[in-house]
Ligand binder design. Structure first.
Ligand code: ATP
Ligand code: MG
Length: 229
């Protein structure tokens, strides 16, 4: 395995606001509304390591598209370096996340992506299982946190949002905010494929650092830079 520095590039404009990319010993949570670019960022990040290193990519929504992967520069050969795990329900997700530590001890893994961590959580949650499901989500975060800290494998998760009193909030907000050392919010701008990414929490970068980008066939391209959003 190539030696990683303390940042793993996402190969997207996010690298500019994250001083180079994902910290390798934390959970980075990218959140935003549908179509804001979460899956694109997940794919670009995996593509950045795929030539030389292995990744785990957990897809909980059937969002992984080989066609999009190929547009972004991926090949069938690259797929051999991705453990692509398709998850269909919350219980399956819970089991798979708990089995990740064994997997990283056996395989040389450079990146773990979960897109999305909370889609199935949101579907599964009801009035009767609230505490259990929240406890399970916290357990999944604690497993991921242990892996990233112990093995120095960056973990990238995506997270849906909901709107309350005109404020955008992360689904599972208390748990997500507690366990994710880096939070990046994505917003859609008026112009079709234009988006903005804003640092909402980071151990060494000021909150509010933002970058505007657009989604094009080949990936994400910076458009205009904001200092404070
Ligand atoms: N080839 C392409 N050229 C331009 N834009 C594209 C291309 N492929 C996808 N997109 C754009 O990417 C956006 C979807 O981004 P993405 O799937 O990353 O969103 P997301 O945040 O993961 O959404 P969701 O919450 O629904 O999973 C759409 O606006 C789509 O038009
Ligand atoms: Mg998506």
């Amino acid at each position: 395995m190539e030696k990683l520095t303390d940042r793993l590039p996402t190969k997207t404009p996010l690298d500019k606001i994250l001083n180079g990319g994902l910290e390798i010993d934390t959970i980075t949570n990218v959140y935003g509304p549908p179509g804001s670019g979460k899956t694109n960022i997940a794919l670009c990040t995996v593509l950045g390591v795929v030539k030389n290193n292995k990744s785990v990519y957990i897809d909980t929504e059937g969002s992984f598209s080989y066609e999009r992967f190929a547009q972004l520069g991926g090949t069938q050969k690259d797929m051999k370096n991705i453990f692509l795990l398709q998850v269909h329900d919350w219980d399956e997700q819970h089991k798979i996340v708990q089995s990740l530590e064994k997997m990283v001890e056996k395989e040389d893994i450079s990146l773990i992506v979960i897109d999305s961590l909370v889609a199935l959580y949101r579907l599964h949650l009801d009035d009767t299982n609230f505490s259990l499901v929240n406890r399970q989500l916290a357990t999944q975060y604690s497993v991921l946190s242990k892996i990233t800290r112990k093995h120095k494998i960056p973990v990238l998760v995506t997270n849906q949002v909901y709107t309350k009193d005109d404020k955008v909030e992360l689904t599972s907000r208390t748990i997500a905010r507690y366990w994710s050392k880096t939070l990046v919010e994505l917003r859609k701008l008026e112009k079709d494929n234009h988006r903005v990414a804003i640092v909402r929490k980071h151990r060494s970068i000021g909150e509010g650092k933002a970058i505007e980008f657009k989604i094009v066939e080949k990936g994400l391209e910076e458009t205009k830079k904001f200092d404070i959003f």
